[in-house]
Design a protein around this ligand. Structure first.
Ligand SMILES: [Zn+2]
Length: 369
């Protein structure tokens, strides 16, 4: 099989493509698990299959389905499960539109507000900023504009939203739903709100595999859009208690129990470290900055997870829950979040660069990337 290269620039961190995780259970893995580098799953029954998630755009979804073609030839996809409302898990639904499409009621409610046109406008804004950042005239914060433009345009570059025609779920549920995929039991378990408002995990007992989607980020810093944080930890503990041997994350490589526990460690650390600073009156932005640029993140072993700047969004969510004002970000809030993450990512790179310089260039390994 052709090697799957990362969509975003950077060295390959794990093997991608289609892989059999358990008997008749396959994962499509997209390295390196950054924004839009999302995974999908396939449960193959005797005559019918169930697909877990599509990709962020039709082209990427068609590539995944092409790789799955030998598996679904005699077991067509009759059911598609969308694990949550983020576009990189369902904006390719049009490629599987004949299937019954299932999501939680809470996810479906958010999906109704999604807009590929909005994402295209965001991309256009980034291109305009890139132009502004490159103009040969000095103006205040020009460096910030250039950093934001580079960050956002790079994030959106691999994806094509023009072709996207949103096909929302046709069936919803709350709590749990047991499905029969040609004789195989597949259980959908609602664990949100956590990462988003309506997260679910897919548990396949006969394969001892759980497809955890974005309740699990492995090797990549998780991002908590909805929260509460305790809800995410409860979801991870639920995963650990299923009796699964392997887990398919929404982003990153297939993993076992240890990696799930590490993610719980990250959330407990963030809860405590951010909680203290917020209680002392620091703003969420200051708090996230201290956590991401400080020494503790490396001491705890979380600095080599990609995109540490995502803590900005998670700390903002923690703060909103503390103050009882948690609500969806909306398009403007989302743009503001990406702008802030861009600047923090730049400052983190600068800090790492100066640490390397202080170390006298003796470090061969780039610190924490
Ligand atoms: Zn997500």
């Amino acid at each position: 099989m052709a090697a799957i290269t990362p969509l975003h620039p950077g060295p390959l961190r794990f093997e991608g493509g289609l892989t059999e995780v358990g008997p008749g259970l396959h994962a499509w893995l997209q390295p390196n698990g950054l924004l839009g580098e999302s995974n999908a799953g396939l449960v193959v029954g005797d005559g019918a299959s169930l697909l877990v998630d599509t990709l962020w755009d039709p082209r990427l979804t068609r590539r995944t389905l092409a790789a799955m073609a030998p598996l679904i030839e005699k077991a067509p996809i009759q059911t598609l499960v969308n694990t949550h409302s983020d576009g990189d898990h369902w904006w390719g639904n049009q490629e599987v539109s004949a299937a019954e499409i299932i999501a939680t009621e809470a996810a479906r409610a958010v999906m109704e507000d999604e807009s590929p046109a909005e994402m295209n406008r965001f991309g256009a804004l980034a291109r305009a900023l890139r132009l502004a950042g490159s103009l040969p005239v000095p103006y205040p914060r020009r460096g910030d504009v250039a950093a934001i433009a580079a960050y956002v345009s790079e994030l959106l570059a691999p994806f094509g939203f023009d072709e996207v025609r949103l096909v929302p779920p046709t069936r919803t549920f709350s709590g749990e739903l047991a499905l029969d995929v040609s004789g195989r039991e597949v259980r959908l378990i609602e664990v949100g709100p956590a990462h988003t408002a309506g997260d679910l995990i897919v548990w396949v007992p006969d394969a001892k595999v759980a497809i955890a989607a974005d309740v699990l980020f492995i090797g990549i810093t998780p991002i908590m859009w909805a929260g509460p944080l305790e809800g995410w930890i409860a979801a991870l503990e639920r995963l650990l208690g299923l009796g699964a041997e392997r887990f398919v994350p929404g982003h990153g490589p297939v993993c076992g129990h240890e990696e799930v526990r590490r993610l719980i460690d990250y959330w407990r650390w963030l809860e405590e470290a951010a909680g203290q600073r917020l209680a002392a009156g620091n703003s969420p932005a200051e708090t996230a900055r201290e956590l991401v640029l400080g020494d503790e993140i490396a001491e705890r072993g979380f600095a080599d997870w990609l995109a540490p700047e995502r803590a900005l969004v998670s700390v903002g969510t923690v703060d909103a829950h503390r103050r009882g004002v948690a609500r969806p970000l909306g398009p403007r809030g989302l743009i503001a979040a990406f702008f802030r993450m861009a600047l923090l990512a730049r400052d983190l790179e600068e800090r790492r660069g100066s640490r390397r310089a202080r170390a006298g260039g003796k470090l061969n390994e780039p610190e924490g990337r």
